[in-house]
Design a protein around this ligand. Structure first.
Ligand code: HAM
Length: 422
C-alpha cells in the first residue's frame, strides 16, 4: 500500500513556501511595530488545559481534539489553538510579575483539529495569533483588532469586514443564560442531541450549532446585547469609539458567539466578502477572555487576543488575485567546463555564499548548454563561465542575464565584483 499524507494536512513545497515566509515575515514585522513579542509553546499539552480553557462543552473539546495517552499513561492533546497554551505559559513562567504590563505576545505555529476537511478547513493548520494579558483597558481591544485588520490590508486584501459583538461580563452572561434556557426549553426536543445536553450546561453554545441553525427559534433567540449590564455596555461603547477614532469600520452582530468558551465582553470575527470564496468566509476571530487565566490556576488576569490561519489567508489572497512579491532568483550560477574548473568552482562558490551572494553550480556533470538552461530555470541574475582557458588566464567571464552584457573579471575579484552588483 502506498503511504499517503494524512487527510486534512498538506505539504508546502518550494515555490509556495516563499509565500508562507513572506506572510510570516509580515506578521513578525507588524508585531514588532505594535510591540508584541514572540512566544513558542509546545505543540502538545496536558488534555486538561484545553478542557478547562477552551471549554468542555465546545465542539473543539468534544469532537475535534487529537488526544492520546503517552507512554507514561498521561493524557495529552495536540494543541487545537494557541490561547490556552499562552495563558498556561503566562502563569507557569510568572509573566505577570514582569513590570512591563500588559504582557503582549504573539505566535505562529501549527494547530490540530479533527474536523471534516474541506477547503479552508484543515486538520493541521497554521495560526498567527496575538494575546495581550494583564489589561482591561478597552484601548487594548481596539489595538488587537487594529493589528488584525492592518495585517490583512498590508497584504493587500480587500473587502474584509469586521463583525463585532459583546458577550458582556459575568452578570450579563448569567442573565442571558437564563433567558436562553427559557427560550429553548419548551421546544428543546426538536433540537439535536448536542443542543439538548447543552441546554442546562451551556445554552450559548446552542446558538453556535451548525445542525440546528435554521430552526425558527434560532432567529428570535434572546440577544446578549439586551442583557448587558451598564458597565458592560459602557465597555462596549468605549471599544467602538476607539475603533471609530482609528477609522476602522465594523458591524455589530448580536448572534456572534464564537466557538470557544473563554470569551466575555468583546468578541469579533473578520470576514471576507466577494466572489471566488467558498462557504467559509471567516478569516479570523478573537475576543476578550478575562476569566481564562484564573480558570487554569493563575491570578485573576484580563486578556484579549485573536488568531487567523495562514491557509485561509492564502485562499483569500488567491481569490482576489493578489500577487505576493517573492524573491525566487539567485545571484550567480557558475558554469564550469572541465575537471579543473569543477574543482576550482567548489571553493569559489563557497566564497560567494560566505560573502552573502546566493550562488549555485552544476552537480550533474551537464554540458555547458544544459548548465545555461539550469541557470535560466533558477533565474540567475549572473552567470560566470569557468573553463581551462579562464583558469590559465585567471579571468572569469561574467554575464548579466537580463542585458546580455559580458565582462572579464579576475577570478579572485569575482566576489567583490558581484558584491557591487547584487
Ligand atoms: P478560532 O475562531 O477557533 O479561535 O480560530 C481562529 C482562526 O483560525 C479562524 O478564524 C480560522 O482562520 C483559523 N482556523 C480555525 N480552524 C481552522 C481549520 N480547521 N483550518 C484552517 N483554519 C482554521 C481561536 O483559535 C482562538 N484561540 C482565537 C483567539 C486568540 N481568541 C483570543 N485570542
Amino acid at each position: 500500500m502506498k503511504i499517503q499524507i494524512p487527510r486534512g494536512t498538506q505539504d508546502i513545497l518550494p515555490g509556495d513556501v516563499e509565500l508562507w515566509q513572506y506572510i510570516e515575515q509580515t506578521a513578525h514585522d507588524i508585531c514588532k511595530r505594535y510591540n508584541y513579542k514572540e512566544i513558542r509553546t509546545p505543540m502538545f499539552e496536558q488534555t486538561e488545559l484545553f478542557q478547562r480553557g477552551v471549554g468542555d462543552t465546545t465542539d473543539i473539546v468534544q469532537k475535534e481534539m487529537y488526544t492520546f495517552e503517552d507512554r507514561g499513561g498521561r493524557s495529552v492533546t495536540l494543541r487545537p489553538e494557541g490561547t490556552a497554551s499562552v495563558a498556561r505559559a503566562y502563569v507557569e513562567n510568572k509573566l505577570y510579575g514582569d513590570p512591563n504590563q500588559p504582557t503582549k505576545l504573539y505566535y505562529i505555529g501549527p494547530m490540530f483539529r479533527y474536523e471534516r476537511p474541506q477547503s479552508g478547513r484543515m486538520r493541521q493548520f497554521v495560526q498567527f495569533g496575538i494575546e495581550a494579558l494583564g489589561s482591561d483597558d478597552p484601548a487594548i481591544d481596539a489595538e488587537v483588532i487594529a493589528l488584525a485588520m492592518g495585517f490583512y490590508s498590508e497584504l493587500g486584501l480587500k473587502n474584509i469586514k469586521l463583525v463585532l459583538n459583546s458577550l458582556g461580563d459575568q452578570e450579563s452572561r448569567e442573565a442571558h443564560r437564563k433567558a436562553l434556557i427559557d427560550h429553548f426549553k419548551p421546544s428543546i426536543s426538536e433540537f439535536c442531541s448536542d443542543c439538548q445536553s447543552r441546554l442546562e450546561k451551556n445554552p450559548l453554545r446552542i446558538l453556535d450549532c451548525k445542525k440546528d441553525s435554521n430552526h425558527p427559534l434560532m432567529t428570535n433567540a434572546p440577544s446578549i446585547l439586551e442583557y448587558l449590564t451598564d458597565e458592560s455596555k459602557q465597555y462596549f461603547e468605549k471599544v467602538k469609539s476607539y475603533l471609530s477614532a482609528m477609522e476602522i469600520d465594523y458591524v455589530v452582530d448580536a448572534t456572534l458567539v464564537r466557538g470557544l468558551d473563554y470569551y466575555n465582553h468583546t468578541a469579533f470575527e473578520i470576514m471576507i466578502d466577494g466572489e471566488g470564496f467558498g462557504a467559509i468566509t471567516t478569516l479570523s476571530g478573537g475576543g476578550r477572555y478575562n476569566g481564562l487565566v484564573e480558570d487554569i490556576g493563575g491570578p485573576n488576569t484580563p486578556g484579549i487576543g485573536f488568531a487567523l490561519s495562514i491557509e485561509r489567508l492564502l485562499m483569500a489572497l488567491k481569490a482576489q488575485n493578489i500577487e505576493i512579491p517573492v524573491e525566487q532568483s539567485i545571484d550567480c550560477y557558475i558554469v564550469t567546463m572541465g575537471e579543473k574548473a569543477q574543482d576550482r568552482s567548489a571553493s569559489l562558490l563557497n566564497q560567494l555564499r560566505q560573502a552573502g551572494i546566493s550562488a549555485e553550480k552544476d552537480y550533474q556533470n551537464r554540458k555547458m548548454k544544459a548548465q545555461f538552461k539550469a541557470a535560466d530555470r533558477l533565474k540567475a541574475k549572473y552567470t560566470a563561465v569557468l573553463g581551462d582557458d579562464e583558469l590559465a588566464s585567471n579571468k572569469i567571464s561574467v554575464k548579466e542575464m537580463e542585458t546580455g552584457n559580458q565582462e572579464e573579471v579576475a577570478i579572485d575579484e569575482l566576489v567583490t565584483y558581484l558584491q557591487g552588483k547584487c
